[in-house]
Ligand binder design. Structure first.
Ligand SMILES: Nc1nc2c(c(=O)[nH]1)N[C@H]1C(S)=C(S)[C@@H](COP(=O)(O)OP(=O)(O)OC[C@H]3O[C@@H](n4cnc5c(N)ncnc54)[C@H](O)[C@@H]3O)O[C@H]1N2
Ligand code: MOO
Length: 408
């Protein structure tokens, strides 16, 4: 690994080793979707909470309906939300609605469609099976059962389950607060005129949008200039414990004005990672609250790849989720590829449809090529020791834009 300090895997491991899940807070369940439970939750009540009817119909005893056409007096009427007046009197039927508690002694529910729908007397046209359309107390969730484990994601059905067992709040790891900060004297926000030699800040909006999509609570700082102290001044408000992670871009390679490197020297470890794009990286715990800071390279493709490869698993860990990072799969190349030796390559590509997944390389390797990145939906990962790849070769593929499900 001449000229490099670490592999991609080594840098990722070094970052993850210093991180902890954000301290749990209790949140209303309506605000918990996509977050991870910090403690197990037990059901204080059984589900269903009482024996009830699964159909609108009539509660009967089996001995009273021995042949189709049997007629019984209707001894009561039980809408959902009410309680039976008493046990089901032998020799009678009780009209009952779906979800209503069944009277004691009920052995089956006859759906209304299998009757003449009588209100004083009812004729039963079809023999019910024993236990038909009866939902038993606790058959779904037993009282005291664990309904949510620590580390499990709050999906909509799990939020429904918490509500069903009467929990209005849940202890979760909150959305990590991530400050996104662009550095560079050449940067101008979109919407402002561009003086000669300047460019619009693309990384800030791109990284912020992706972190928001991945479940972070994104905070933005104004663009930091390239004078010594500019970055520390821009960062200072965030280092008071108000953010869980800082992500900067640019200013980390070998330039004379690489402010990130200068301002964070001694607090952030700057390393050359054997990857392309994304070689210059930095990570450290900064300020009195030891706030994790990841410094990404400035070229937009480098910043994007670094976000997928390093920031994404870090965010998983902070959010208390299983550390998965960018999802990936195995694909098959539709065209040959040349890949420089010595650095793990992350090449932009477009996927087709099929199994195995066809992947077509897109655009050149230049890490400034944001135009082609914007049309890519995959990154082909080529190991450092592979130089030529043929059409039809199997390759590892990252799929950064895969929708983030809440079903992990
Ligand atoms: N002599 C050397 N020069 C460079 C090396 C090296 O090893 N020796 N490494 C190159 C590699 S690889 C990369 S990647 C870049 C990384 O540089 P920095 O992280 O220090 O970033 P800058 O130099 O400030 O900017 C690089 C490039 O990206 C543009 N940029 C920066 N921020 C933004 C932004 N927010 N939005 C859009 N574009 C941005 C910037 O204008 C530059 O063109 O260094 C190489 N050089
Ligand atoms: O590592 Mo740089 O990101 O190659 O362009």
């Amino acid at each position: 690994m001449a000229g490099f300090d670490r592999t991609v895997a080594e840098h990722r491991a070094a970052v993850l080793a210093d991180l902890h899940a954000v301290a749990p807070v209790s949140l209303p369940i309506a605000e918990a979707r996509g977050l991870v439970a910090a403690t197990p939750v037990r059901a204080a009540v059984a589900l269903p909470g009482f024996d009830n009817a699964a159909m609108d119909g009539y509660a009967i005893r089996l001995a009273d309906v021995t042949a189709p056409g049997a007629a019984l007096p209707v001894s009561g009427d039980i809408p959902a939300g009410s309680v039976p007046a008493g046990p089901l009197a032998p020799g009678t039927a009780c009209r009952i609605m779906t979800g209503a508690p069944v009277p004691d002694g009920t052995e089956a529910i006859v759906p209304v469609e299998d009757t003449d729908r009588g209100t004083d007397r009812v004729r039963i046209d079809r023999l019910p099976r024993p236990g038909a359309h009866l939902r038993r107390r606790g058959e779904d969730v037993a009282e005291g059962a664990t309904v949510l484990d620590a580390g499990q994601l709050l999906t909509p059905p799990r939020i429904g389950l918490l509500a069903a067992v009467g929990r209005p709040e849940v202890l979760v790891h909150p959305r990590p607060r991530v400050l996104v900060l662009s550095t560079g004297a050449e940067l101008v926000p979109a919407g402002r005129p561009l003086p000669p030699g300047t460019i619009h800040d693309a990384n800030g909006p791109m990284l912020a949008a992706e972190l928001d999509r991945l479940g972070a609570q994104v905070l933005r700082a104004p663009i930091a200039g390239d004078r010594p102290g500019d970055l520390l001044a821009a960062l200072a408000p965030a280092l008071d414990g108000g953010v869980d992670l800082v992500v900067t871009s640019a200013g980390v390679s070998a330039g004379a004005y690489d402010v990130v490197k200068q301002d964070l020297a001694g607090q952030v470890e700057f390393v050359r990672v054997a990857m392309q794009p994304g070689k210059p990286q930095g990570f450290g715990l900064v300020g009195p609250h030891h706030t994790p800071v990841l410094t990404l390279p400035g070229n937009p493709v480098s910043a994007w790849v670094s976000l997928q490869v390093f920031v994404r698993p870090a965010l998983d860990l902070l959010a208390g989720r299983p550390v998965i990072g960018c999802p990936g799969t195995t694909g098959v190349l539709t065209a040959p590829l040349e890949s420089p030796a010595g650095r793990e390559q992350f090449l932009r590509a477009r996927t087709g449809t099929g199994d195995p997944l066809p992947v077509t390389p897109l655009g050149g390797p230049g890490s400034h090529l944001l135009g082609s990145l914007a049309h890519a939906d995959a990154l082909v990962v080529v190991p450092a020791d592979r130089i030529t790849l043929a059409a039809g070769d199997s390759v590892d593929v990252l799929l950064p834009l895969t929708p983030t499900g809440s079903d992990r």
